[in-house]
Design a protein around this ligand. Structure first.
Ligand code: NAP
Length: 328
């Protein structure tokens, strides 16, 4: 069967160029479930793959798209049958094998989770990998004892996919959210999502010389990393947790052991890519209950498949607000 896909190819100068091409089912990688993709999302990693950056894709031609939702067309995995609605995130789909920017995708049943009953496939990609990861991070902090009465929660990169969804989820559970953003235009949107205080990115950028600052944060969801993380760790309350998700602002920071040994601060790495089926299913069911699709709607942009290369460049520059979704 022929189907259309956004195929990313390397040209003679080594630049990655993506365009819509017809592919054959036989071009798809091995796997036991064939999915008709209904919606896919755009994530920071997709920006890297579409631009040949970050070393995530070893072999071009490639079909990017690290998350998608759709309907099972055929399956030899006994857990899935034709017509079942499913969600895919992670497992390096869209990186080391063809992903969701196509009408069809073939994956392993182990990578999928069933779509929660109250969710549409579109709802699932509004949330996407970004929302799943935000939910995993919030759950991790709660396991560490986080409660709304503990105080302010800092969310960095708050205008992006992970940060904006974390802001909405936390605010809806009555947490006091301090959203950090580098963009004037996202401030009103973050207030609308429920952030109590908006902080400018520059307030956290200057490395402070002190080893500890006055405590302020009862929890942190950080999708930015980089130098600001060093500053943030100095102001985390005793025993509180920092959920570290991403590196939109850098991969390294100036670190000291002091916040960990004097205040018992906990740094949790959050990985949605290899999260177990049980963790992913639990998180999706929580998202089906807690995520307010109507409130988030102004932050969702629907684009066409052939606009993704342009949007992929923009997400790497930190210019995308909320979530971008596509119907391949
Ligand atoms: N661990 C996991 O499983 C997992 C899952 C999903 C994503 N991630 C990672 O998490 C990060 C965010 O992903 P996303 O999909 O939310 O991306 P995104 O939509 O691009 O959001 C990132 C946000 O970070 C802020 N930012 C961008 N450049 C920055 C810089 N130089 N310094 C400080 N802040 C900057 C921007 O927010 P403001 O303009 O509001 O400041 C931007 O919107 C990425 O690194 C991604 O790879 C990891």
């Amino acid at each position: 069967m022929k189907f259309s896909a956004l195929l990313s190819e390397k040209n003679e100068e080594g630049r990655v160029i993506s365009s819509i091409k017809m592919l054959d089912e036989s071009d798809l990688p091995a796997g036991n479930v064939l999915v008709k993709v209904e919606w896919a999302g755009l994530n920071y990693k997709d920006g890297l793959c579409l631009n040949g950056a970050g070393g995530l894709v070893r072999n071009y031609p490639h079909v990017a798209g690290i998350d998608f939702s759709g309907v099972v067309q055929s399956s030899s995995d006994e857990r899935y049958k034709e017509g079942d609605k499913v969600i895919l995130t992670g497992w390096r789909v869209g990186e080391n094998r063809f992903g969701g920017y196509a009408e069809l995708a073939r994956v392993e049943g182990d990578y999928l989770v069933p779509l929660p009953k109250s969710m549409s496939t579109r709802d699932a990609m509004v949330i996407g990998t970004a929302g799943l990861t935000a939910q995993l991070a919030i759950s991790r902090l709660k396991e560490n004892g986080l409660k709304p009465t503990n105080g302010e929660i800092l969310v960095t990169g708050a205008g992006g996919g992970v940060g904006s969804i974390a802001t909405l989820l936390l605010a809806n559970e009555n947490y006091e959210v301090v959203g950090v953003t580098g963009r004037e235009e996202t401030k009103a949107m973050l207030k609308m999502l429920g952030a109590s205080v908006i902080m400018d990115r520059s307030d956290l950028a200057e490395p402070s010389k002190r080893v500890l600052e006055s405590t302020r944060w009862a929890g942190v969801i950080d999708s930015v990393g980089g130098e600001s993380l060093g500053n943030i760790l100095k102001a985390v309350k005793s025993g509180a947790g920092v959920a570290l998700i991403g590196l939109a602002g850098g991969a390294t920071w100036n670190a000291s052991v002091i916040p960990f040994i004097i205040r018992g601060v906990n740094l949790y790495g959050i990985d949605s890519v290899m999260a177990s089926f049980e963790k992913r299913q639990k998180a999706w069911n929580e998202l089906a209950q807690n995520f307010d699709q109507d409130k988030y709607a102004p932050l969702v942009s629907e684009v066409a498949l052939d606009q993704l290369p342009e949007y992929g460049k923009r997400i790497l520059k930190g210019e995308i607000m909320g979530r971008v979704i596509v119907q391949p």
